[in-house]
Design a protein around this ligand. Structure first.
Ligand SMILES: [Zn+2]
Length: 249
């Protein structure tokens, strides 16, 4: 495990998991920026190094992820090595995710959605969903650097929306932060379209239209709630309303 910033035991308000480096920025980056702007701490955990990607190497992807983290202002970015395209449901993989949850003790966890085009995304969703629950069991021991960890169960789990369309249960107004999230996405320069690089081999996500499509969706979700840009989420659990006027204005 490599940790690019932050230190052991740094509590976070929100922790966003992604199967591959860039999943988080592509799908919920503008929401994470909004949370940070509200004065809360945010961290990211990439479950794999993205070594099976058609474009880029693990080294370039690590450098890009670090650059994106700088633009985003994360408190920490943790990169696990659970195996790109080998993200199987094993006790070891589950324990690795539980360790990260117990280390950072987030209130809110973001995850890949369960139904997705890339099989790793669904597998990551399964693992993170179960780890969120199991991390709260006191009779399930884990240790970090040889030190036993305390149980911790995050209060909320939200699935972001990726390639496949899902009808969001909630949409966050990200009009103020959308442009900065685009800069973080473009920091993954080996993965996405760059001006003047048309001669490079094109993948589905490297076409110019992929970025246009992302913006179109953000505008569509924004339109649903009467703002410019929105990011949509699915929540597997019922949300409690603590402040009625905080939610409904
Ligand atoms: Zn991915």
């Amino acid at each position: 495990m490599t940790r690019q910033s932050g230190s052991s035991g740094d509590n976070l308000y929100a922790l966003a998991f992604g199967a591959h480096p860039d999943d988080v920025e592509l799908s919920c980056g503008a929401t994470l920026l909004k949370i940070i702007a509200e004065g809360r701490s945010v961290g990211v955990c990439d479950l794999t190094k993205g070594e099976m990607g058609t474009a880029g190497t693990p080294e370039t992807r690590a450098a890009e992820a670090a650059e994106a983290a700088k633009i985003m202002g994360y408190q920490s970015r943790t990169t696990l090595d659970l195996g790109d395209s080998k993200l199987f449901y094993t006790e070891e993989n589950l324990a690795a995710i539980i360790r990260v949850i117990r280390q950072f003790r987030p209130e809110v966890v973001f995850s890949n959605p369960p139904d997705e085009r890339h099989p790793d995304h669904g597998k990551a969703s399964n693992l993170v969903t179960d780890a969120v629950y199991y991390a709260g069991l006191k009779n399930l021991p884990t240790a970090l650097d040889g030190i036993p960890q305390e149980p911790h169960r995050p209060r909320h789990l939200l699935y972001y929306i990726q390639f496949r369309h899902l009808e969001p249960r909630l949409i966050v107004d990200v009009s103020e932060t959308f442009e900065t999230s685009r800069r973080a996405i473009l920091a993954f320069s080996s993965q996405f379209y760059q001006e003047g690089a048309e001669d490079e081999p094109q993948t589905l996500i490297k076409r110019k239209e992929f970025l246009t499509g992302l913006e179109a969706r953000a505008r569509y979700f924004g339109e649903q709630i009467g703002v410019v840009y929105g990011e949509g989420f699915i929540n597997p659990t019922t949300l409690a309303v603590n402040s009625f006027s905080g939610l409904f204005g």
